[in-house]
Write a protein that binds this ligand. Structure first.
Ligand code: ADP
Ligand code: ADP
Length: 234
């Protein structure tokens, strides 16, 4: 059974006046445990929209989404918030860390939200930060870390609850090429450990690291079949 199963997913946004934007037009997609998937496609093709639905940050207009066998497309906001917190690790392009808070406290947040006690929180946050190579930066605030290190903190935060899937929306979009390489190596390692990873990218170098590329175009999927290179220039 796939860990992610989308069936007939559509997303329609209300536009100006009567205009509607069909951001996704009937997406069927299975992603299996341990897969490393890159979502690619031109700007406006629906990558962010699909990622937000996968991350339970947004609900589809129609269709069903099963995560680990549970139909999350039927869930209300409270249940969704719980799924987001416990079963999905989400990594953003802009890191989304609390600025005045240490690396360790940032990573503890999802656990604190769930009511995990202080000692266990601290232990698990340290473990996650060590895993991403930041065991010696526990007390550093984001402003005291490089871009690549900030993204590592965000990845540690995403991993701290051992989620079903790690989702990443342009995770290297704000990084220089050296930091990008480090983050890609980390994703390779996490994949080798058996994690399921889905990332959005428009960088071919990044997409090439994945096992499987899913191409989006005008809200539709073509699995494994590339669109023209010209279309990838944003
Ligand atoms: P991508 O991530 O591939 O650039 P998006 O998912 O951001 O694509 O956008 C897909 C389409 O949906 C685009 O036409 C975009 O303008 C539109 N869109 C995305 N978000 C919204 C929104 N909140 N309201 C209205 N239209 C949106
Ligand atoms: P990125 O390319 O970094 O994924 P986008 O520019 O596609 O970012 O979208 C940034 C945010 O703005 C997203 O949350 C998306 O849903 C929203 N958005 C995108 N297009 C529109 C639009 N036409 N109207 C309103 N919101 C939009």
């Amino acid at each position: 059974q796939p860990v992610i199963q989308l069936s007939g997913i559509t997303k329609v946004y209300e536009g100006e006046g009567d205009a509607e934007v069909h951001a996704l037009s009937g997406i069927d997609l299975d992603i299996f445990e341990g897969e490393y998937v890159a979502l690619m496609g031109p700007s406006g093709s629906g990558k962010s929209t699909l990622m937000h639905i996968l991350g339970c940050l947004d609900q589809p207009t129609q269709g069903s989404y099963h995560l680990g066998g549970d139909d999350v497309s039927q869930m209300g906001e409270d249940e969704l918030a719980q799924i987001r917190n416990e079963r999905i690790g989400f990594v953003f392009q802009a890191f989304n860390l609390l600025a005045r808070t240490s690396a360790q406290k940032n990573v503890e947040l999802p656990l604190a939200y769930r009511g995990v006690g202080m000692r266990e929180r601290s232990q698990r946050a340290k473990l996650a930060l060590t895993r991403v190579g930041l065991g010696d930066r526990l007390g550093h605030k984001p402003s005291e870390l490089s871009g690549g290190q900030k993204q590592r903190v965000a990845i540690a935060r995403a991993l701290v609850q051992d989620p079903k899937v790690l989702l990443a929306d342009e995770p290297t979009g704000n990084l220089d090429s050296k930091s990008t390489k480090g983050i890609l190596r980390l994703f390779d390692e996490l994949h080798a450990e058996g994690r399921t990873i889905v990332l959005v990218t428009h960088e071919e170098e990044v997409g090439a690291r994945a096992q499987r590329i899913i191409w989006l175009r005008d809200g539709l999927i073509s699995d494994g079949r590339p669109v023209l290179d010209d279309d990838l220039d944003e």
